[in-house]
Write a protein that binds this ligand. Structure first.
Ligand SMILES: [Fe+2]
Length: 375
């Protein structure tokens, strides 16, 4: 049994300037980032480096059409290394850009073309959530089929994952919360996964501890408090990435792709809508397994009475997280009653890759109950 696989070398620096001093960027690199990040962190250090802004080719999560356009622009440059400075979208795009991309990048996602890595890849995450810098998963929407598909092969691992909390100082509070709550869910889902090992558990548990500690400070002291905890959050989201990169995510992510895809709800926000409902389903179905350990950890963090039953702990977690991000009935996102059925069928049909990592199996009746409850 594989206990832990960790491919990229992980670097930590407080600032981009400190990273550049030790690992210089230059004209043989291709920087893929946003204009705002370039102006804030690259321009001030005065480095000459070719830059591509993916936003020119589309907003939101990556599509194969965006990747094709970026590959065409990148063709104008001669470079050895790609530096991805951005959130999950930029990191996922660059994992593919580092491959020998065929005329249609779609072919890499559908398996028509085999992935061959041709460039070095440096990933610098600027949101504290996806953990994409240490996973080999690169997601994109295939525009021709209207589906989200991922590549997950050794060739899509970065060579360097660089953690720089300074790059998160510009994050609006809402993006900070939706990305870090995604990391919290990565940590929890990987902890409960049947693929968890004593090594992944270590990363999951420390990620949960760090994120909840930061959240408690924010809930008590206000949103500005996050700046004192950015280092903790960037490290925690990386830990959670290591954990789920090995042990996987499960039902929360599987369910969230329904509203994420149909109504373009941000990934972390979509996950949060399903988070505690799934935990309560687990606790009701198999209360004496590993979830009891998770419940006790959360009970201690949330300062709850020892006699509070498991389900009450997840209600309290819901109330606590609700102070950071609102939970809404699914119909408020635009979901119709008929979609309870179609989303259930889509989740069962398309998300087995995630559902196999559930703490306990949830069948279509139980998944439908979750959609009904949250509708
Ligand atoms: Fe996620």
């Amino acid at each position: 049994m594989q206990a832990l696989k960790l491919v990229p070398t992980i670097l930590y620096f407080d600032t981009v300037a400190a990273f550049h001093a030790e690992y210089p960027m230059g004209e043989r690199d291709l920087l893929v980032t946003s204009k705002g990040l370039y102006e804030s962190y690259i321009k001030p250090i005065g480095v000459r480096i070719p830059v591509i802004y993916p936003k020119r080719y589309g907003e939101g999560e990556p599509t194969d059409a965006m990747i094709d356009a970026i590959v065409r622009e990148a063709g104008a440059y001669d470079y050895d290394r790609i530096i991805a400075l951005g959130g999950g979208t930029i990191l996922d795009i660059c994992k593919v850009l580092a491959l020998d991309v065929p005329e249609k990048s779609e072919d890499l996602y559908t398996g028509v073309a085999a992935p061959v890595k041709v460039k070095k890849l440096v990933c610098i995450p600027t949101t504290c959530g996806t953990g994409s810098e240490v996973t080999n998963v690169a997601m994109a929407e295939l525009t021709r089929f209207h589906i989200k598909k991922g590549i997950a092969v050794d060739e899509t691992f970065a060579d360097l994952a660089v953690l720089i909390p300074e790059t998160m100082e510009r994050l609006p509070f809402r993006v900070f919360v939706t990305s870090s709550i995604d990391a919290l869910i990565h940590a929890v889902e990987s902890y409960l996964s049947p693929k968890a090992t004593p090594f992944t558990e270590l990363f999951s548990l420390e990620a949960i501890r760090l994120i909840m500690k930061g959240y408690k400070a924010i809930v008590t002291g206000g949103e500005e408090k996050r700046f004192a905890y950015l280092k903790d959050f960037v490290i925690a989201s990386n830990y959670a990435g290591i954990a789920f990169g090995n042990a996987g995510c499960a039902a929360v992510h599987a369910l969230s792709y329904s509203i994420g895809g149909a109504f373009h709800v941000p990934h972390g926000e979509a996950n949060y809508q399903f988070f505690t409902a799934v935990m309560k389903k687990y606790a009701a179905k198999a209360p004496d397994g590993k979830i009891r350990e998770l419940t006790e950890i959360l009970r201690a963090i949330l300062d709850l009475d020892a006699d509070a039953v498991q389900l009450a702990v997840y209600d309290a977690l819901d109330t606590f997280l609700g102070k950071l991000i609102e939970k809404k009935p699914l119909k408020d996102f635009g979901m119709t009653e008929a979609q309870i059925e179609t989303f259930t069928a889509q989740t069962v049909g398309n998300q087995q890759r995630l559902l196999v990592n559930n703490y306990v199996s949830l069948d279509d009746v139980e998944l439908r109950e979750i959609f009904e409850e949250l509708f």
